[in-house]
Design a protein around this ligand. Structure first.
Ligand SMILES: Cc1cc2nc3c(=O)[nH]c(=O)nc-3n(C[C@H](O)[C@H](O)[C@H](O)COP(=O)(O)OP(=O)(O)OC[C@H]3O[C@@H](n4cnc5c(N)ncnc54)[C@H](O)[C@@H]3O)c2cc1C
Length: 439
């Protein structure tokens, strides 16, 4: 059995793992420099594909299109809200990506001509041509599902479900909250980015309240009956945040889905008619694939159907879609999933360009959530293509989930694992030197 290299280990730890195809990239057979891959979106999905392609074949022409020159990760953003991370530590530029020989174009893709194989940019003068196209635009928010909510209202009632300015804004509003102020969170309906995310956020806001504004309260109005890692979160709410967090899950009699907000007065209203006047509202609406996906005809409903073997679109030929925008249920929409899908996509592109066999991919996910200092929980498993109950990706039988009665040692180790994962993942994605966990 061949020895695994340090780099391969790092990739495995970062979610590149459980993907034999990553370690078995076909040797390129096409002429050096003759193929160009364009990738739309510089998040974990797009950046990981770019990196994998370039490390598989340095001669491949790889272009990454991303409007932001700095990427603030949503993963670990809740820890920033809780006071465990700085904003700087979760914000990364693309200099390391460029150093790998990837062309990074700071612009927005506005249209794609799949016949001429070109991408039009918002500011770029001439369209970019491609041989293979990867679309990883993440999510957009369905503001219209909540009356009174809009991009302008989100400046007052931030969602902070896309990283960057919104993350910053929510923290600023937390810092400015009067002690005794009421925070109201609207948790979104399925499917959405990061299933445990709202509840990790509740814990981190709970910790912030406990340590900074002890008279404040958090009410969660949830558009669901049940949620990821529920037993562990409920135990944490009871143990650490008993008089701080009020969780209202929806049911048929009393529906807690938020249907209306008033940014001017701070009012948040549920379907059953309950209205709370919030000093700070964190409104996380329903979600859909990043808008370029619908514009390109990649969507069915709100999301993009894909071939589970390799994440090629089932709607538009020769285009790959991965990350949050893709329908990969039961894989959750997570950075870990996106990076795992990226391995398969990159291996498939190289094999395709080389005229080699394209074996179906295998995938993995782990989602960690911080509950309290030195206390994290996790859920995860392996996935493979297959058909059952209308699904085309199946979960292997080795899935794992933290338990409410885990020992403090296990929780501490789980926290450490998550910190190691973050450090390795951003080093892999953005080419930064791995930093010590922290700030
Ligand atoms: C609070 C919170 C906590 C989370 N915690 C975790 C966690 O602990 N672990 C985990 O694995 N995941 C976590 N996630 C989920 C994770 O952030 C997402 O699943 C991940 O970012 C998805 O990656 P992506 O590449 O598909 O999309 P994104 O990260 O959204 O990246 C897409 C990129 O595409 C760009 N883009 C969009 N349209 C265009 C266009 N037309 N042209 C060019 N570029 C475009 C966008 O600017 C964006 O940078 C969390 C999410 C939230 C909100």
């Amino acid at each position: 059995m061949s020895k695994i290299t340090r780099r391969e280990f790092a990739l495995l730890a970062a979610g590149a793992g459980a993907v034999a195809s990553h370690l078995e990239f076909a040797r390129p057979a096409y002429a050096a420099g003759s193929a160009r891959v364009v990738i739309i979106g510089g998040g974990p999905g797009g950046a990981a594909v770019a990196n994998r392609l370039k490390s598989a074949d340095a001669a491949l022409d790889v272009t990454l299109i991303e409007p932001k020159d700095k990427y603030t990760t949503c993963f670990y953003s809740n820890l920033y809200l809780g006071g465990f991370r700085s904003f700087r530590s979760i914000t990364h530029d693309y200099e390391g990506v460029k150093k790998r020989g990837i062309t990074v174009v700071t612009d927005t893709a506005t249209a794609v001509d799949t016949t001429a194989k070109t991408v039009t940019l918002a500011r770029g003068s001439s369209p970019l041509s491609f041989d293979r196209l990867v679309v990883a635009p993440g999510i957009d928010l369905k503001f219209e599902t909540i009356e009174g909510y809009s991009p302008d209202a989100a400046k007052i009632m931030p969602h902070a479900w896309q990283g960057g300015e919104q993350t910053w804004l929510l923290k600023e509003k937390l810092l400015a909250l009067p002690d005794g102020g009421l925070i109201v969170m609207a948790s979104p309906p399925n499917p959405y980015r990061c299933p445990p995310g709202p509840y990790e956020r509740a814990c981190m806001i709970g910790h912030f309240i406990k340590t900074r504004k002890p008279k404040a309260k958090l009410i969660i109005f949830d558009a669901k009956r049940t949620f990821s890692k529920e037993a562990v979160f409920e135990q944490a709410f009871n143990e650490y945040y008993r008089d701080i967090i009020e969780l209202n899950l929806t049911n048929e009699i009393d529906d807690y889905t938020v249907v209306k907000v008033n940014a001017a007065t701070g009012e948040v209203t549920t379907k059953s008619g309950r209205t709370e006047r919030a000093a700070l509202a964190n409104i996380i609406p329903a979600q859909k694939a990043g808008s370029i996906a619908a514009k390109m005809g990649l969507t069915e409903g709100d999301w993009c159907p894909v071939n589970p073997d390799n994440f090629t679109s089932t709607k538009v030929k020769d285009v790959y879609v991965l990350g949050d925008a893709a329908i990969a249920n039961p894989m959750p929409k997570s950075a870990y999933s996106a990076m795992s899908q990226a391995n398969v996509v990159a291996a498939d592109i190289i094999a395709d360009l080389s005229g080699k066999p394209r074996p179906p991919g295998k995938y993995r996910n782990t989602c960690w959530s911080m509950l309290a200092p030195d206390n994290s929980a996790k859920i995860g498993g392996d996935y493979f293509p297959g058909k059952k109950d209308g699904k085309e990706i199946l979960e292997a039988k080795d899935e794992f989930i933290s338990k409410p009665d885990d020992s403090p040692d296990i929780r501490r180790q789980t926290y450490q694992e998550s910190a190691d994962w973050y450090r390795t993942a951003v080093a892999d994605l953005f080419g930064e030197e791995p930093q010590k966990a922290g700030h």
